[in-house]
Structures are given as C-alpha cells and as structure tokens.
Design a protein around this ligand. Structure first.
Ligand code: NAG
Ligand code: NAG
Length: 648
C-alpha cells in the first residue's frame, strides 16, 4: 500500500547517509533528482556507469513484428531503424480468454453468459486494443519473461487502445474523461472508430459485477452447488481482487481508468471469475462505522467516487482492535523498528484482509493490490497467467527458487534456472525446505501445520512431482527471501513468539501485492486470534506459508531496467550478495532505483508518465513525440510505485 512506502521513506535512519536523496527520488519518481542530490559528496552508484537504454521511448511509427525485433541490449548504441508515416499495423482486440463458445470449452465447462455494463444490456463489457508489434530496438526485460507466465509476448499497448474504451479519449459530456487532448494521435482514429462510447457517469460497478456473477453462477464452486445432480463439468474457483484504499485518497482520472479496467477485464469479461472490491481504511478511529449505517454511508460517499460505492467495504483500526483483542504483548516483540502501534496499518495491514476473508469465505483466492500499481496489459491475462504458472510448479526447491531473481538472458530458460538453483543449493550444503518449517516454539504453544501439507514422500524420492497441479496458496511478485540474512530493517518485527528462544524462521517479499488462498488466510487468522502471532505485513503471509507448508511462489514477471546492466553484475548484485548488508533488500536496494518494480523504483513512475505522454526530466511530451516516432507502446508491464501521474 502507498502508506507503507510513505512510512519507509520517512525513516531517515534506515538508509544511512543517502536517505535524503532517496526520499526525493521516491517523491519525484525521477532518477535525475535522485542523482543530483544523491551525489552531493558521494560516489555515484556503481550501476550509474551502465549506459542508458532508450528503446522504450520509440513509438508506434517504429513498430516491427515480434519476429523481427532485436532487443536493445543486443545492439550497438544508437542503432538506426525505419520510421513509418503512421503505425505499420492495425490495432487488434486483446482477448486472453479461452474460446468460450468453442465445443472444446463447452465440453468441459458451463456456458459463459455475456456480461454488460448496464442493466438494459446495451453495452457489453468493452474490449481493449493492442498493436501486434514491438517498438524497434526496445529493450528486453532483465528479470522474468512473458511466455513463462502465459502472457502474449508479441504485442504492445499505447494509451488509446488501453484506456480509450474506459473514457480516456471522449468528452465528459459524452460520459468519458476527455483527457487525450494533449496527446499525439497517429492511428488513434482506428481505435476510436471501434470504441463504444459508454456514458460512465451512469455505470454502477457493484451492480454490474453482481449481475454478471448471478448469470454465471453455475460455472463456479460454491456452497450452494446443486446437490443430487450429476455435473460432469468442471467448476471454477472464484477470486476477490481487493484494492487497498483509505479515506482522503484522491482518485486521479488515470486511477479511475485503471479501476474500470480492473473490473471490466477481471470480472465482466471473464463471466464473473473475479469480483473487484475496495477495502477502505477509515483513518478516524472515532467514527463508529460499525454502529451506524448512516455514519458508514456518509464516510463511504465522502471518500469513494460514486461509480464504486457498490464495491467498497470500510474498516478501521479501532474495529480490528476488538476483532483481534490479543493481547499482543510488547515483551513478545523482537524489534519494533517502526515504533508504531501493533494495530496500525503499517504493521498490521493483513488484519483487515484476514477479517475481509472471514466475511467472504465464498472466495477461493484473494488478491491484495495497492493503489500505486499500474499495469500495462490486460489484467486477466496477467493474473490468470501467474496463477496457472504457479499451479504447475513442483514444490521441490520451491523456496530456494523463490529467493532468487531469474535473469533469462543469463540463466537460460526457466528449466535451466531451476536446475541451476538445485545445483547451487546442493553444492552449497544448504538443506532444502521440505514441508512445514520446524522450529522451537519455546514456552508458547505453536499452531500445528495442517495435515494436507505433509510431504507425501521424502525429498530424495520425490521426482519433482509433489505440488504439480496444486493451486498456489501464495503468489508474490518479488522474491521471498530470508529476512534474517538481509539488511531489511523490519526483519525482526515479529510478535507473539517466545523471545527467550531463537525467533522463528521467516520469509518476506517486498511490496504487499499477492494472491492468498482461503486456507492460508484462515491460518493467518487463527495464528492471529488464537496464538496472538503477527509480523510486519511483508513478512507475515510468506512466513505463515513457510511455517505451515503451504505452496508459495514468486511469479517471475517481466521487470525492466533503465540501464544496460552487464548480466553477470546483475546476477552477482541481486542473487549473490556477499554479506547480509549487501543484500538488495536492505542497503543494496538502491540497485532497484532504475527498475520498473520495487517499492522505491524511480524509473517505474518515469516510464509510466512518459507512456501517458508527459515530459520527464525535460524529455518526452507532445512535441518530442510529434517530431519523433509518436506515442510509446509498451509490452505488458507491472509498474510500482506510481506516486503521481499527470496527463498534460
Ligand atoms: C549493452 O551491453 C552489451 C554487452 O553487455 C553490448 O553488447 C551492447 O552493445 C550494449 N547496448 C547498449 C545499447 O548499450
Ligand atoms: C539449457 O539446458 C539445456 C540442457 O538441459 C542445454 O542444452 C541448453 O544449452 C541450456 N540453455 C541455455 C541457454 O543455457
């Protein structure tokens, strides 16, 4: 959550002497600002010596087909490319779903009923568009890849195709947002001709989602699945996609477009596989939102845009103090670096999610999502791809793979990387994790792990079979590392375990963006209410999964860097820190400033705003796009953090 980053950045001591530059870098999102101030009297970061990559900024008049594309990392700097008069391809509908009407699909599944934005069924869930090509000389991602996560590798997205269907390019009088006035337009008329101008002032997302689910109820697992009838068709799990917001949050126009995209692509287009929810933190503890419907509704109306009222749930820290009375004794805390209260959202963001999940046991999975993420691409394709990939992974060496960054250009394909991790673990004399973690609980009782996570055989006898086909209980988007071997400042914020024995073994993943299964959430809930255990939010779900033998995976999604890192330096820096202090999750985290995904990535925001058409550090913007190769077109990409976004 955004608040979490704000907390990090307000801790000067945690980064030592360069913290101020770091603070600026987060708030401006620019590497330049970080650079000017960061180097007052200090040596530049080692990675600043690598040359900049510039292919990201090549626009739609430079597109080449995927098979002709050569990543910038493989080219000499400044390699020339052909510039067309307009985009050389036509935009195409993005449809990442199985062919719902095909005989093959219908043989195994129930029919999918089409969902609409409106009750009169005049506006079906809109399509989005992408170009079937890639900007010439665009860089390849350094971590992760597309094919592995089942994301189409051969297309790119620009503003009009991505956001046009949600109101980006038509006027407020017509029910859009009309914010494309300052954008270049080459080829945009082709998208605009295909877009149905929906009057979004009239859309009620809560009702639209509900109608969609009701129509498609038959497709899903459910408490009320008809009994006594023979169904030989597969039932699908359902997921909640939970956006963590708070009172006082300002919804920018781009945020509105982003939220419409989430609901349309995850819920309506999929025939109800997901429900999108807003989980709204009411910051004023004095408000009795649980006692009065009137108070609840007033706070909702004052703090959430009207179109989303129907998907919002309010909570407050005061409410959760009652829900989880503890006691969480101070003497049972190893180290409270934040210095804040245990019920504060900084240290217990998961309490609200656990409560939400108890209230919504109908969901098999819950995605925890932050407000300052932006995704270029189709949401369903991304989440479904990560989920499918995770289900296919074996448990053998899972935690060891989870702790490393996969650099395809350096390690080779995923299976080669997996083999390498197995080799390194064995040769390094490490004992690989197998089943629930064992540790001494001391004078307090430990919650025993569930029966169904016991390994079916020994580590040696397992031929990469255990776990294959099993849905993951936890999916994260950054590695799950051992905090005790890192310099991460919150590594010891562990509460409720016996402090007279060694702290329990733990895992952590930075940025609390993750998918959690119902059974993992139920265990987190029980650990909290019954055992009075908790940890810092980025450590809690991975550690509970670790203790209880749940299946947890770091999904290696594509992450880019703004510079042409040499690959062996990249591998050494991120995968082989010499001491815990050098770990990228600690003092070494400046290494992430030039990446597109981490809690402090400056490049992420800069790239996102350039994609929207803004000027960053005196580069980009309308004139430069017009004089150059027009608007940017990015391959699917998860940006974090986006601290501000301007369209003009
Ligand atoms: C990137 O680095 C590689 C070597 O690691 C080099 O061959 C290539 O020319 C460089 N490209 C750019 C654009 O810097
Ligand atoms: C991946 O491993 C296979 C053998 O399992 C090998 O033939 C291949 O060259 C490797 N690829 C890379 C890029 O290292």
């Amino acid at each position: 959550m955004g608040a979490l980053e704000d907390l990090f950045s307000s801790f000067p001591s945690f980064r030592g002497p360069v913290s101020f530059s770091f603070f600026i870098a987060i708030f401006t999102g620019t590497l330049k600002a970080h650079r000017l101030i960061g180097k007052n009297d200090e040596a530049p970061y080692h990675w600043e010596a690598f040359p900049r990559l510039n292919g990201f900024y090549n626009g739609i008049r430079s597109l080449v087909s995927y098979k002709d594309w050569i990543p910038e990392q493989q080219l000499p700097p400044g390699t020339k490319f052909k510039i067309h008069d307009g985009p050389p391809f036509n935009p195409q509908v993005v449809n990442p779903f199985p062919k719902f009407t095909s005989d093959n699909y219908l043989k195994e599944h129930h029919a999918v009923q089409i969902c609409y934005l409106d009750e009169d069924e005049k506006h079906p869930a809109p399509d989005i568009y992408a170009y079937p090509g890639i900007p010439a000389n665009m860089a390849a991602p350094f971590w992760g890849d597309y094919e592995t996560l089942e994301i189409a590798p051969n297309r790119c997205y620009e503003r009009f195709g991505r956001f046009g269907p949600y109101g980006y390019s038509y006027s407020r009088e017509e029910g859009g947002l009309g914010i494309s006035g300052h954008s270049t337009h080459a080829g945009a008329e082709k998208v605009q001709a295909m877009v149905d101008k929906v009057d979004y002032r009239k859309v009620e997302w809560g009702k639209a989602q509900k109608r969609c689910f009701e129509k498609n109820k038959k497709r899903f697992n459910g408490k009320n699945a008809a009994s006594g009838r023979v169904y030989n068709k597969r039932k699908l799990p359902r997921s909640a996609f939970v956006l963590r917001t708070w009172t006082g949050y300002e919804y920018s126009d781009i945020q509105l477009l982003t939220m419409r995209a989430m609901i349309n692509e995850l819920s309506l287009q999929s025939g109800g596989e997901y429900d999108v929810h807003l989980l709204v933190h009411v910051k004023d503890n004095g408000l009795p939102i649980w006692a009065s419907k009137e108070v609840y509704n007033r706070i909702l109306r004052e703090n959430v845009p009207e179109e989303f009222w129907g998907i919002a749930t309010l909570w407050s820290e005061r409410q959760l103090e009652t829900y989880y009375p503890g006691p969480f004794l101070k003497q049972d805390n190893v180290a409270n670096f934040a210095g804040t209260d245990i019920y504060g959202v900084y240290r217990a963001a998961h309490f609200a999610l656990q409560w939400f999940s108890q209230e919504h046991q109908e969901y098999d999975f819950i995605w925890n999502w932050e407000m300052d993420l932006r995704y270029v691409g189709h949401y369903y394709e991304f989440l479904n791809g990560a989920s499918n990939w995770a289900a296919k992974q074996p448990r053998k060496f899972m935690w060891e793979r989870n702790s490393r960054f996969w650099i395809p250009e350096y390690h080779g394909p995923w299976r080669n990387f997996s083999a390498l991790v197995a080799k390194e673990t064995t040769e390094g004399g490490e004992t690989p994790v197998w089943g629930p973690a064992q540790f001494r609980a001391g004078k307090y009782e430990a919650l025993p792990p569930p029966k169904d996570t016991k390994p079916p055989t020994t580590f040696e006898k397992d031929n990469y079979e255990w776990g294959v086909g099993e849905a993951a209980d936890l999916i994260t988007f950054d590695p799950m590392f051992d905090p005790s071997r890192s310099g991460w400042v919150f590594r010891d914020d562990v509460t409720g375990y016996d402090t007279s024995v060694a702290a329990p073994p733990r895992r952590a993943a930075i940025v609390t963006v993750e998918r959690l299964s119902r059974r993992l959430l139920n265990t987190m809930h029980e650990e909290t209410w019954r055992m009075h255990h908790t940890m810092f939010p980025e450590m809690w779900p991975p550690s509970v999964a670790f203790h209880h033998g749940y299946k947890a995976l770091y999904a290696p999604h594509p992450v880019y860097f703004d510079r042409n890192w040499s690959l062996d330096v990249l591998d050494k820096t991120f995968n082989k820190p010499v001491t815990p202090a050098d770990s990228p999750f600690g003092r070494g985290e400046h290494n992430m400033l030039g990446s597109t995904f981490y809690y402090n990535s400056g490049f992420s925001g800069a790239l996102w705003r350039r994609w929207l058409g803004a000027t960053e550090n005196g580069e980009g913007g309308l004139k430069s796009e017009e004089d150059g190769t027009d608007r940017m077109c990015l391959r699917p990409l998860l940006h974090h953090p986006i601290k501000h976004e301007a369209v003009e």
